[in-house]
Design a protein around this ligand. Structure first.
Ligand code: MTE
Ligand code: MO
Length: 160
């Protein structure tokens, strides 16, 4: 009897764990609106996992040294959403909003980063998604105009 109870409990823990990971894989990280497929496309972790991941080691205005960021190219996210436009209005969880020319994402390998130095970015720490430019690879990017486009806590992209 005890063994049965124990096994049942184990089974429940396993089922709960599976449920939790499935939920987080489907949890919406980014919402794209405007000139995208069907007017709205949501991106979950599972969608990003099906795409190519890139790394950028770069200095930033808010960290020391050159952290290693890992994420998905912004241009790949736009392509995935069928985006057709010249400007992306990026919005953050803290209501920060800024317009970014889509050109940036073709001129530079800008990523939507989910990890910094191997650790998942959390809403407390610029996450879960942070727009990261390859700042150290292009002199022109070390400029306030571009620093303003490093949106942390990114939640939505409106394409026009
Ligand atoms: N979510 C969010 N992202 C943001 C901001 C912000 O207020 N909220 N500030 C932007 C600005 S104006 C700059 S210059 C850079 C660096 O901001 P900091 O120097 O104020 O830390 O992050 C950008 N990303
Ligand atoms: Mo700024």
């Amino acid at each position: 009897m005890k063994i049965t109870t124990c096994l049942l409990r184990l089974l429940r823990v396993a089922v709960l764990a599976l449920g939790a990971s499935a939920a987080s894989a489907e949890e919406v990280l980014l919402t794209l609106t405007g000139a995208v497929r069907d007017g709205q496309v949501t991106i979950a972790r599972a969608d990003l996992d099906a795409m190519e991941w890139r790394e950028i080691a770069t200095s930033t205005t808010v960290t020391d040294g050159q952290p290693l960021f890992r994420g998905v190219l912004m241009r790949d996210i736009l392509a995935h959403a069928g985006a057709e436009g010249e400007t992306v209005t990026a919005q953050a969880l803290n209501d920060y909003v800024i317009d970014i020319p889509v050109r940036d994402f073709h001129d530079f390998d800008v990523i939507a980063a989910l990890y910094m130095d191997g650790a998942a970015l959390t809403p407390r720490d610029k996450g879960p998604v942070w727009i990261v430019y390859p700042r150290d690879d292009h002199g022109v990017l070390a400029d306030i105009r571009y620093d303003m486009r490093w949106v942390w806590q990114l939640s939505a992209l409106h394409v026009q």
